[in-house]
Design a protein around this ligand. Structure first.
Ligand SMILES: [Zn+2]
Length: 640
């Protein structure tokens, strides 16, 4: 499915809304751009409604029955039209009902202040507001042939409005404790999703429903049954960055719902009139979406007068022409992941540092991996990676033990594996507390001497561990801890010698690092952190599915299509560079003399999407592909 999310937020001050809308050319241009679904607006963040409604908030300058005409024209040419409803932002309702807004524990109203230009946040624990939303849903279902609904701004802060205070008291939550307020807010979201999905599906069971919060994390599990599919909103230049999508996608693809990846055609972010992304960036973002098994969605916006932006739709059409060629190799394609990376508990940061570090290190080394939570099936992974801060409660600890009993290998670091201060039975590790030195050093042992025989500085503090097992690396201490009492040179103090504590511990079923290597790589980019992780993985997974001489800037993603009995190897080489305050892609980059070995059965036929048949040799259980030169993208198909 190739989708366009057609934003349309217009203040009531804007005139001639939809005045230039031509239904036939609208549908025709979308069709020419190979768009199969376009999300159009019933109600925007301003609370304005874009069709002839019985409700009072119709945009005062709406010049045509816009949504009706959009749906009719698109349906005529076979394009679906899910309907957008802004939930958490509705300026009109916020203006009319001050008491519908969220209130923080400090008494501040949610969203922008009166002196700012910006959205006001409504509380979603409000029966009156939700009844208003339901009234609109019922109206839409009665007026139009509805394909589905996209609800936006579906999040809830620690609201202390009168409704929330009363509900918390009634339901046994203590409003004076932040954690309790958070837990209640989660409950509110769950109720909203249940209420609206039930309302819709009782009236039209086939309708798609999605609730957007700009991110997908393990917390979504409890409400997953109220979604028909998932959409990963992730505009790399719009605040999400280029690391967000792959991290979320690697988790979302384990949830067994169809999902799509949404980027934007904007140079920066939503609402950017006259801002267009470089074509190579959009091409990369869409092909990466497909390589991760997601459908493509591109965020665009309709001009207020109802015309499609001609540059934007051309940009999307050119990209979707390429995407359409890839689609046969995307249908039903499953990842071939052999490592499961356990997700940490949510923190204030959208993406945890250790998770981002793990995603980088494994992705750059072309490992095939998923991000998993404790509800996922871990048995398909050869290695389970617990990056830095995966402390376990009893149930997941038992699941890790069971995983290892069945032959699974574990790679863990720092606090990962700890359950109430103790490591799981079978891990030869004793936790003694936190290091008194920060930073300290790590000296690779004989097995890892190729990493260099010098004590390497570790930029984040370690856990103090005792272990009788093998130490492939040990910790060194500085001469003294730099402090106000004493210091030497600009930064940390030089290494003194071994401190008799392991930096790494290796045993039959796993390898453990005392330092938070994944956080170190994310925050400091230390090459040694990456090398240590890769040295450990080489021991735990000596024959990975994909090996290559590709540089760390190349992405290699291997999927399998069961029905077609073929592997699809996506090779992408587009490298974001910090060219302003943004990471930008402006060129596809070449790769030369590429050699890739896939540990698969001997293929019956190998070909590439570019038409050029790549050289293939099958030896020692691997299909070796040789590519003299490619630029930006290549898809190699290996039929079994
Ligand atoms: Zn509230």
């Amino acid at each position: 499915m190739r989708t366009v999310h057609l934003d349309f937020h217009n203040s009531s001050l804007l005139e001639n809304i939809g005045a230039q809308f031509d239904p036939e050319s609208f549908a025709q241009r979308l069709l020419e751009a190979r768009v199969e679904s376009v999300t159009c607006f019933a109600k925007c963040h301003h609370g304005m409604i874009y069709y002839y409604t019985r409700l009072p908030a119709r945009h005062p300058h709406l010049e045509c029955d816009l949504l009706r005409e959009q749906i009719a024209a698109c349906h005529k040419v076979g394009i679906k039209v899910p309907i957008y409803i802004s939930l958490g932002f509705d300026e009109e309702m916020a203006k009319l009902h001050l008491d519908w807004r969220e209130v923080s524990a400090e008494g501040k109203l949610g969203g922008s202040t009166p002196l700012e230009a910006g959205w006001k946040k409504l509380c979603l624990n409000n029966d009156a507001y939700l009844s208003y939303v339901e009234e609109q849903i019922a109206e839409l279902l009665s007026l139009f042939d509805v394909d589905g609904f996209f609800f936006d701004i579906v999040h809830q802060e620690e609201c202390c409005c009168a409704n929330c205070l009363a509900s918390m008291e009634e339901e046994g939550y203590d409003p004076e404790i932040s954690q309790e307020r958070k837990a209640f807010a989660e409950k509110v979201l769950l109720r909203v999703k249940k209420r609206l999905s039930s309302f819709i599906w009782e009236r039209k069971a086939a309708s798609s429903v999605f609730y957007n919060a700009g991110h997908i994390a393990p917390g979504i599990r409890s409400s997953l049954k109220f979604y028909s599919h998932l959409e990963i909103e992730s505009l790399p230049t719009g605040g999400w960055g280029y690391d967000h999508f792959p991290i979320v996608a690697r988790y979302a693809r384990t949830l067994d719902l169809p999902y799509l990846g949404m980027t934007g055609r904007f140079h920066k972010s939503w609402a950017e009139y006259g801002g267009y992304k470089d074509p190579s960036a959009l091409e990369y973002e869409c092909l990466r979406t497909i390589a991760f098994g997601a459908s493509c969605s591109v965020g665009d916006q309709l001009l207020p007068d109802g015309r499609l932006d001609p540059i934007a739709i051309k940009l999307i059409g050119d990209t979707y022409e390429t995407v359409a060629k890839y689609e046969p190799y995307f249908q039903g394609a499953k990842p071939t992941s052999e490592i499961g990376v356990v997700m940490p508990k949510p923190t204030e940061k959208i993406i945890d540092d250790a998770l981002a570090g793990a995603n980088r290190i494994l992705g750059q080394a072309q490992y095939q991996f998923d991000l998993v939570d404790s509800r996922c099936d871990w048995s398909k992974y050869s290695v389970l990676l617990l990056p830095d801060r995966i402390e376990l409660s009893r149930e997941p600890a038992a699941k890790v033990a069971e995983y290892q009993q069945k032959g699974g290998k574990v790679l863990a670091s720092y606090h990962s594996g700890l359950c109430q201060g103790e490591f799981p039975p079978g891990w030869p590790l004793e936790y003694l507390g936190e290091s008194e030195f920060h930073p300290d050093y790590l000296m690779p042992g004989k097995e890892w001497q190729s990493l260099g025989q010098m004590p390497f500085v570790m930029h984040e503090p370690a856990a103090e561990i005792a272990s009788e097992s093998r130490w492939p690396a040990e910790r060194w201490q500085p001469l003294f801890q730099r402090s106000r009492r004493h210091f030497s040179n600009h930064f940390h103090t030089p290494p003194q010698g071994p401190m008799g504590r392991p930096g790494a511990v290796c045993w039959g079923a796993g390898i453990y690092f005392a330092h938070p290597l994944f956080t170190i790589y994310r925050k400091h980019g230390s090459p040694i952190a990456r090398k240590l992780v890769l040295a450990a993985l080489k021991e735990l997974l000596p024959e990975p599915l994909v090996v290559s001489n590709a540089p760390s800037t190349a992405q290699l993603l291997l999927n399998y299509q069961e029905r077609e009995k073929r592997y699809c190897l996506h090779i992408l080489h587009y490298v974001p560079e910090r060219r302003s305050q943004l990471d930008l892609i402006e060129d596809p980059l070449p790769l030369v003399d590429l050699e890739i070995g896939l540990r698969i059965s001997k293929p019956k036929r190998v070909y590439s999407l570019s038409g050029k048949v790549p050289a293939m040799e099958y030896k020692a259980g691997r299909a070796w592909i040789k590519i003299d030169k490619m630029v930006g993208r290549q898809l190699i198909v290996l039929e079994q």
